[in-house]
Design a protein around this ligand. Structure first.
Ligand code: NAD
Length: 423
């Protein structure tokens, strides 16, 4: 989310792409509206015997290129249930564009339940009942050929397994793994899913470095938010020869200009709960982290981190948005003006959806690939997505974010026009 109203922000990005492509209002309106937004009541018997009613959503934005695809989050955004509906709608549209950029034959969906399980001390048994009742409520509109959800904020393979189980039994089968991705390996999950986003991000950075003639050997990398996406991006960039000089997490940021071993930093974080205090490093502020002179900056924590004033001070050659929406809209022109090569979120973090797609393909075949086979197929999608976006950025003389949207919108429109409108 990159503004107070994520839906407005999603529409603004679409409008920008439509004006570059000279798409008229009638088609723009078609592309903007989600096909369906389902709001469901989830009544659940809590451990104390009382019934509590939760609210859940599933937004299906566009399926012109294939079944809807997108995560399910259990979250309680500040704006409440009404805000969550807008957020889910916006996120479902970003999934449409993300799948199209990397040419995955799927559409865009997103869902969620307004819930903060940790804060409200929801027990595991209650969470399972909530998940199963939500799965029941959306079961008519999901399916291996209709809509394939996945994990998102505060959901894991556990919830995916429960949703698969409910769906399968409601549809007369013991196991229908193609209905959902991000499952545990034992029930049809894919190898390489855990590294997907970080590895995909590293592939994008490798291609970006080649584009601007930057040698990765010795290139200095700064990562914000040392979680799943950042740690694997760091590990693979290190394998490509780069050097991690600064990282951060929710407790603070650290730097060591000589470089730090990414795996040792992770071990330290796992042991102590934070990267702060890692031997040989110095604590710095978030602003210092983002504006440290480096070659590659990877925001991999939260949205709205790179403001216009930070953008003016940023001193790097490539930014790869592993996080969703880390750059404020008014920072984009500043970064473009500074000739920083920006790899936008819908491309930089698309490794996750690529491997979700490959998990679904394996489920449908009933045959499973090795780690290297999955990683190679994901690399092909990402590399083509990067190359096609770069070509459009040059052609239309626009930044990579707009170019990625132009690419995505034109691919969705092509599919829509090929099928036509019926009924
Ligand atoms: P994660 O929970 O594994 O890691 C997030 C990290 O950010 C944690 O280390 C946390 O301490 C840190 N953090 C939180 N607040 C911070 C702050 N104020 N400053 C610095 N660090 C802070 O999450 P993740 O899966 O790595 O996701 C990170 C981002 O990547 C999110 O925006 C997510 O939407 C996006 N993303 C992730 C995936 C994926 O497959 N993991 C896919 C697509 C997009």
């Amino acid at each position: 989310m990159i503004s107070a109203d994520p839906w407005k922000n999603a529409l603004k990005q679409l409008d920008d792409a439509c004006s570059i492509l000279k798409i008229d209002k009638s088609l723009r309106d078609y592309l903007a509206e989600p096909n369906k937004v389902l709001r469901v009541k989830i009544p659940v018997k809590m451990d104390n015997g009382k019934i509590r009613t939760f609210i859940g959503f599933r937004s299906q934005h566009n399926n012109d290129r294939g079944p809807y695809k997108g995560g399910i989050r259990y979250f309680d955004p500040e704006g409440g249930v009404e805000y969550m509906e807008k957020e889910v709608k916006a996120l479902s549209s970003w999934m449409t564009w993300k799948c199209a950029v990397v040419d995955v034959p799927l559409g865009g969906g997103k869902g969620g339940i307004y819930l903060n399980a940790k804060k409200e001390k929801i027990s595991a048994a209650e969470l399972e009942r909530i998940t199963r009742r939500y799965a029941y409520a959306i079961s008519e509109i999901i399916g291996p050929k209709k809509d394939i959800p996945a994990p998102d904020v505060y959901t894991t393979g556990t919830e995916m397994a429960q949703i698969m189980d409910v769906y399968s039994k409601l549809h007369g089968s013991e196991s229908d793994p193609g209905v959902i991705t991000g499952k545990p390996l034992s029930i049809g999950g894919s190898l390489a899913r855990n590294v997907a986003t970080g590895l995909g991000c590293a592939y994008c950075i490798r291609d970006a470095a080649k584009t601007i003639g930057l040698k990765l050997r010795g290139a200095k990398v700064v990562l914000q938010g040392y979680g799943n996406a950042a740690t694997f991006a760091a590990e693979y960039l290190e394998k490509m020869g780069a050097k991690v000089i600064a990282v951060s997490d929710s407790k603070g940021a650290i730097i060591n200009p000589k470089g730090m071993d990414s795996k040792k930093v992770l071990e330290f974080k796992n042991k102590t709960g934070s990267v702060v205090g890692f031997p040989g490093s110095k604590k710095i502020s978030t602003e210092e982290l983002l504006t440290t002179k480096c070659d590659i900056l990877v925001p991999a924590a939260l949205e709205n981190q790179i403001t216009a004033s930070i953008a003016k001070k940023i001193n790097c050659k490539i930014i790869a948005e592993a996080a969703n929406g880390p750059t404020m809209p008014d920072a984009d022109p500043i970064l473009y003006g500074k000739k920083i090569l920006m790899i936008p979120d819908i491309l930089a973090n698309s490794g996750g959806v690529c491997i979700s797609y490959l998990e679904w393909v394996q489920n449908n075949m009933g045959y499973y690939w090795t780690f290297d086979e999955v990683a190679k197929k994901m690399e092909d999608h990402i590399t083509r997505g990067f190359r096609d976006t770069l070509a459009l950025s040059k052609k239309h003389k626009v930044d990579m974010r707009r170019a990625a949207m132009v690419l995505a919108v034109s691919r969705v429109l092509e599919a829509f026009k090929a099928k036509g409108l019926w009924p």
